[in-house]
Design a protein around this ligand. Sequence first.
Ligand code: PMP
Length: 361
Amino acid sequence: STKRAFNFCAGPAALPTPVLEKAGLELADWHGKGLSIMEMSHRSADVVAVCDKAEQDLRDLMAIPDNYKVLFMQGGASSQFSMIPLNLMTGSGKADYIVTGQWSKKAWQEAKRYGNAVVAASTESNNFSSAPSQAELVLSPDADYVHYCPNETIGGVAFDYIPDTGDVPLVADFSSVLLAEPLDVSRFGMIYAGAQKNIGPAGLCVVIIREDLLGKAQACTPTMFDYKVCADNASMYNTPPTYSWYLAGLVFEWLKDLGGVDAIAEINHRKAKRLYDYIDNSGFYANPVAIANRSIMNVPFTLADSKLDKLFLQESEAAGLLNLAGHRSVGGMRASIYNAVPEEAVTALIDFMADFARRNG
Ligand code: PMP
């Protein structure tokens, strides 16, 4: 079968091998039609059926209530940083932002261009190494929404609770943790996630939005950025990224076959616990994040001496363990262990880390 390296990239990230193999088999001749799915009209019955099935499978996996729309949008998660205020910051014109890392900070900075985006809590002063408690959130009762990032991909910082915002809609950037563990969607006004971690290839952004939040966009909102236009046109107002959508559908099928989100969550927690336990007991590696806020998807770590970083990266790559460098803004290492990263990859990583520490400690 296919030779595959262990890929710890933060995104675009590892995809399940069976998904890639199936896509490969279907690439030039989809279901005996004599053409690729990416060469077909997005209005054709075949493509519409593939897209509808992907949506239904996601709804099943996440138990998405009927009063939520699922949108398949473009422009990555970063475009949502603008779409959210354009569509939702339209009542009082004020929104609360919880800042726990670089992504939620970017979301807040972008929102300031459109209205009164207020920081409800920030952990920047402790170098984004924890999440605030509910009691630390300074929330405005008249905010149009509260925005936060449950899993900061760069810092590896996760919330261990869902903020209680009363009647104010909660908007969450789930880019690096969607489908990693079960989630009560009804707690949210809107959930969004760039696809290139747990969903599929880049080019797609999944938006799950409560119906009553549609139709409130500012008049100047670009048509392509209006959630209601997208919802009314079943995410096909224009030509959507059909191939990415199809591949996301294959990933959803793969996850369903595996037993769904409950089953993958158990594996994810086991993978993360093994890696953190090893790091904490190694006496050579360290993770700076408060224990309660450690991400199960993105595990940053440092070496006892940062002068060894280069050697670590060279040797890990040679051992078939790819993309372990931390984000360019923070350095160090980071292992992203998304759904498609198998448990054997974590075993191989820990074995390599132990061997490297023995030789260089
Ligand atoms: N939010 C989070 C949490 C992310 O991890 C990323 C990308 N790594 C983004 C937003 C930006 O996503 P995109 O590159 O798709 O715009």
